[in-house]
Write a protein that binds this ligand. Structure first.
Ligand code: ADP
Ligand code: MG
Length: 199
């Protein structure tokens, strides 16, 4: 791994969310309330605005602060969940994590998201991307493979029926659309994985 240049990671994450905000909005219009693109863009631009301050902190503190910022700025159901993901990562990750440490921290962070959302993989949410990404990380896959696995996992939410969040109100009518949070998670995974590997 090329290491954690947090300022570059934040820029890459915010860039991909900004570039795909309209797509995320359209996905959320189909099975939600159409705010996911704006929610994510607002949150990641708020993180970008304070990137220098975050990058000056040790990684655990930086991740906790980013999570707190996301909770305050993203809003919706996804804000507290993405916020929990980053805050929990910050609790477990060492200052200079290797792949094993990152894998272990991500596993615990996913458990924290699942507890917060009272959710699990298979319910057409961000967890349907996070879980296979965690498995791929544990299996030692490359950044490119992990990114592809994340995209495939987001695609795999299309035939699922939503059992959590706003989309679950639609019941069977949620089938046939990609989950917006799964898509935004896959976008973040690719941006982060490729930046860590120094592409
Ligand atoms: P809202 O649904 O409040 O409008 P967003 O549109 O920003 O919030 O986010 C919706 C996304 O949040 C969904 O696509 C899904 O991936 C994720 N989500 C919603 N509820 C849960 C939950 N209980 N557990 C995990 N993820 C969830
Ligand atoms: Mg929404």
């Amino acid at each position: 791994m090329a290491g954690f240049d947090l300022a570059r990671l934040i820029a890459a994450a915010a860039d991909t969310i900004a570039a795909h905000a309209d797509e995320l909005t359209a996905l959320d219009q189909a099975i939600g309330d159409g705010d996911h693109g704006l929610n994510m863009k607002r949150g990641f631009e708020a993180v970008r605005a304070e990137a220098a301050g975050f990058a000056a902190k040790p990684l655990p503190e930086a991740l906790k602060a980013i999570g707190t910022k996301l909770v305050m700025t993203v809003g919706g159901a996804s804000g507290p969940l993405f916020g929990t993901l980053f805050m929990a990562l910050g609790k477990d990750v060492p200052a200079a994590p290797d792949r094993d440490a990152l894998t272990s921290a991500l596993g615990k962070a996913i458990e924290a998201v699942a507890a917060r959302g009272k959710s699990q993989a298979g319910q057409k949410t961000m967890l349907d991307v996070l879980q296979p990404v965690h498995e791929a990380l544990a299996q030692g896959k490359t950044a490119r493979d992990i990114s592809d696995i994340a995209d495939e996992a987001a695609d795999a939410t299309v035939p699922m029926k939503a059992l959590r969040g706003r989309a679950s109100f639609l019941g069977d009518r949620s089938i046939g659309h990609m989950d917006p949070g799964a898509r935004s998670t896959a976008l973040l995974v690719r941006a982060i994985a490729e930046t860590i590997e120094g592409r």
